[in-house]
Design a protein around this ligand. Structure first.
Ligand code: AHR
Length: 321
């Protein structure tokens, strides 16, 4: 190979895995949870775009929120002999058997945006996630600061039961408000990360409270549930964003729209680009045997009404949420 040809090969190998015999296009299967939230829709859109940038043959299986569908998809990817499997685990437990099958087939698995039970730690290559305990803590600390010494009854909308992020965001929030006896979580229930359930559960909280007048703040484990809760509060004659404080997680465009309208107060951003770093880790692992760190942590950023929510909405609205 002359120098020019070698150079060209190096460029091509940036996106493909090269061996002495030539370059091989990677095929990666992604077992996605479903499309329960705007954030998840964006993660799917972004992962397709990131795959395209890297010339990866990317196959997505939508599990419609069911773990059994995810397990079936993983088995199908193993049977197809894919080069790697991405998994966004709907719940934290129940993966060890199928991940062991992937390991035996020498197919690396990368977790995206949620964790699994620590007993499965040896069964995946790396996990690309945020620190979801930290996200909850940031939300709690924001509320402590905003409320000051006033007494404040908080209602909490939890994510999917059994999901690592739901447990962690709950734990983190409790850490964030710990030591501030004026803040009390008076009700807490799952809204399954969806807008419809968030609204339904918030309606039941308002009813149980006799109209919601004693609710000082809502903490939701994602923005979609908060958007539903905002709707429920407005329908009940409450004023979210002023009478009732809101803090949630994801930073989807619709929460910035609500913030710009004065109906929401704060959100902690979760990047939808989990796949980009995961693709890079798999490419390096396949090409050079580079073992990535066990945890590739994404950044979490707090946004409030002071961050020009209309401008943030404009910058995010066409990104696939
Ligand atoms: O695992 C990430 C969470 O899953 C997002 O915060 C939420 O919107 C979702 O669907």
């Amino acid at each position: 190979m002359n120098f020019k040809a070698l150079n060209a090969a190096v460029v091509v190998c940036g996106a493909l895995v090269c061996s002495g015999a030539g370059a091989k296009e990677l095929t990666i299967g992604f077992s996605q949870i479903g499309s329960e939230s705007g954030w998840r829709a964006a993660e799917t859109t972004v992962s397709k775009a990131e795959a395209k940038k890297r010339n990866i043959n990317f196959k997505i299986a939508d599990a419609q929120q069911k773990q059994e569908n995810q397990i079936r998809a993983i088995r199908s990817f193993i049977a197809q002999g894919v080069d790697a499997i991405f998994l966004a685990p709907v719940v934290a437990t129940g993966w060890n058997a199928v991940l062991r099958e992937a390991k035996e087939a020498k197919i690396p698995v990368v977790l995206l945006d949620r964790d699994i039970d620590p007993s499965g730690k040896d069964l995946y290559l790396t996990a690309v996630t945020s620190d979801s305990v930290h996200e909850g803590k940031v939300a709690g600390e924001w509320l402590v600061k905003t409320v000051g010494s006033k007494s404040c009854n908080v209602v909490e909308l939890q994510g999917t039961v059994g999901a690592s992020v739901a447990a962690n965001r709950k734990k983190g929030f409790e850490q964030g408000i710990a030591g501030h006896a004026n803040l009390k979580i008076v009700r807490s229930q799952t809204g399954d990360f969806t807008r419809a359930k968030g609204k339904e559960v918030m309606e039941s909280f308002i009813k149980a409270d006799g109209g919601g007048k004693s609710i000082c703040a809502v903490y939701a484990h994602n923005d979609d549930m908060m958007v539903g809760a905002i709707q429920a509060m407005k329908e009940a004659g409450l004023k979210p964003g002023s009478d009732v404080l809101t803090v949630s997680i994801d930073a989807v465009p619709d929460i910035f729209k609500a913030m710009a309208a004065g109906e929401a107060n704060a959100t902690v951003e979760l990047t939808p680009d989990m796949a980009g770093p995961a693709f890079d880790a798999v490419i390096a692992y396949k090409a050079k045997g580079t073992t990535p760190p066990k945890w590739i942590q994404t950044v979490s950023k707090l946004y409030t009404g002071a961050d020009n929510p209309q401008a943030v909405y404009e910058s995010k609205k066409d990104l696939g949420y």
